[in-house]
Ligand binder design. Sequence first.
Ligand code: GDP
Length: 441
Amino acid sequence: MFENLGDKLQSIFDSLKGKGKLSEKDVELAMKEIRMALLEADVNYKVVKDFVKDIKERATGQEVMESLTPGQMVIKIVNEELTSLMGEKEVKLNISSKSPTVILMCGLQGAGKTTHCGKLAFHLLKKKKKPLLVACDIYRPAAIKQLQVVSKAVGCDFFEMGDKVSAVDIAKNGIEYARKNGNDYVIIDTAGRLHIDESLMDELVNIKKEVNPDDILLVVDAMTGQDAVNVAEKFNENLEITGVVLTKLDGDTRGGAALSIRKVTNKPIKFIGTGEKMENLEPFYPDRMASRILGMGDVLSLIEKAENVIDAKRAKELEEKIRSQSYSFNDYLEQLEQMKNMGPLEDLLSMIPGVNKNMLKGINIDEKDIARVEAIIRSMTYEEREKPEIIDVSRKKRIAEGSGVSQAKVNTLLKQFRETKKMMKQFTNLEKTAKKRGKMK
Ligand code: GDP
């Protein structure tokens, strides 16, 4: 996401960074380029106008002009303004004082409503909540079935009354059912239309009146750019939404919607959808998104992803193993597994500061290479993984045959592993020396 915009902004910054001092003309030119880049990314033109005006005011201020690193200061300002444009802070789901908390999901057809009902339920299940999905789309054939399939997939409760009862009644009964069934969250899936129409809005307004939801989340498709922003404006006027779920940000979106919605509707983006799977939902953090756009990486999200799959105690044990030189192929295999659970390697790498997609083009990350390494390790016995030094020629031959690779590949892996361990040893030694020095001072 945001590749083009990120690349453009980076090249503008690169030209600024080279300069010792900035003249007003430099800033003027940079602002013009930033303006173009944002418009090309399909950001709402009014938003762009105000945004550039704010940056320009700050960038021509004394603080920047007199700074020794004016280029860096401009980047800092753009980063701060982008963050503020997207809403400054993460806005969490509202919580009702009395159970259950009710979330009404609305949006046009195909935006990803049903999918995101499931993703939200999955998100809540991970937080040890007990959500209930309620099927109120009585118009689209198979919509009820789709929600049922989704609820089965994530393993949460499901409520339906077929398509002969009004959506308002289903919503009311669903909440009643949740109370009896001990569900602390109710997520209501509603009907979408291809375009906004009055009967759709009326139905949603009626549901809202009847069930008084704690959150009214509008699901919009980021790929539709400014249309998404217009849709959000219309829904907000009629329904007073409480937040937005911006979907399909994994696609080739230019990012305009993400950058405009907050400013235009004054409603926060609460979540973003980044894929078709149930786990592809992320809380929206404006600061982290700004850093991602500017190619400054998103280390916090990376750490969070890691925390979801890595047990802290086990991580400490592994660290200890590295220190004591007892790190083995078994540990290596375990870490490979964890890495796979964190998602595609390319996505992870692009969250690291300074890494952008262009750089990744040069590095050919072949997930097949990783699979090959895994196959080789899996062909070793437990003892061989613990003590690779016992792997002699005949064992190598067996391992190569077992994993379907040449013996040379097995040799390479063994050699790399030895070298990695040697490097780890050097690091621990360095660390020890540094600590000793620290103490002597
Ligand atoms: P609804 O009509 O609003 O309920 O939309 P659906 O939930 O049926 O989603 C429409 C299509 O978009 C489906 O094929 C989903 O798999 C897909 N989809 C939903 N969310 C995402 C997302 O975040 N990324 C991608 N790539 N596809 C998504």
